[in-house]
Design a protein around this ligand. Structure first.
Ligand SMILES: [Zn+2]
Length: 195
């Protein structure tokens, strides 16, 4: 499975892609000039956190089960949408982005190498209780055996470098699309209201 660095990068890419698609809806422009659009917005922070969150199940000794599922992505979408509604920001677009952030974690794990038993993750729970494993091994395993420095440091460094080489261009593309999208939509002047 990918490291937190890989998942974080994927979460950021999801948010940047969403903001590229709808910069006004997400208030990326925030009323200022396009060049001043912040790289990190509340949506980017939320998406990055949600892309990392499924692995908290390691603390519960139930790794790659319910938090790595369709239900978890749907729950994140519902929670994100509800919070957005309360904060008076677009609920549907925010909810979809939050759900996709969790889905990005599931997709990356599915594409990664896995030596655990059973292999794979409960990706479609509760629709299916089967464990899904792609076998593609696009991402290498991350070792948690800190008592083996050569494995914990060197092997993990190679694995993280591989993730960054794969996901860096994806995030870069999302950032480029967002920047282009923001630049092509200048801020409309404030409406003048007559007394
Ligand atoms: Zn995971």
């Amino acid at each position: 499975m990918p490291s937190p660095a890989g998942h974080l990068l994927a979460g950021v890419a999801v948010a940047w892609a969403a903001e590229a698609f709808a910069p006004r809806r997400f208030r990326v422009l925030a009323g200022g000039p396009a060049a001043a659009a912040p790289i990190v917005t509340p949506l980017v922070l939320a998406s990055a956190a949600l892309a990392l969150a499924p692995d908290l199940d390691i603390l519960l000794a139930s790794h790659r089960t319910y938090t790595h599922s369709l239900a978890a992505a749907a729950l994140a979408a519902l929670a994100g949408g509800s919070m957005a509604r309360a904060l008076r920001v677009p609920a549907l677009a925010t909810g979809l982005t939050c759900g996709l952030a969790v889905a990005s974690h599931i997709a990356l794990d599915w594409l990664g190498h896995d030596t655990s038993t059973p292999r794979g993750l409960l990706a479609l729970w509760p629709v299916s209780s089967a464990y899904f494993y792609s076998g593609i091994d696009l991402f290498a395993d991350i070792s948690r055996r800190y008592w083996k420095p050569e494995e914990f440091i060197l092997k993990n460094a190679v694995s993280v470098a591989r993730e960054l080489a794969i996901l860096g261009p994806v995030a870069g593309l999302a950032w480029w699309a967002r920047r282009r999208s923001v630049s092509s939509r200048p801020v409309a002047p404030e409406r003048q209201t007559s007394a």
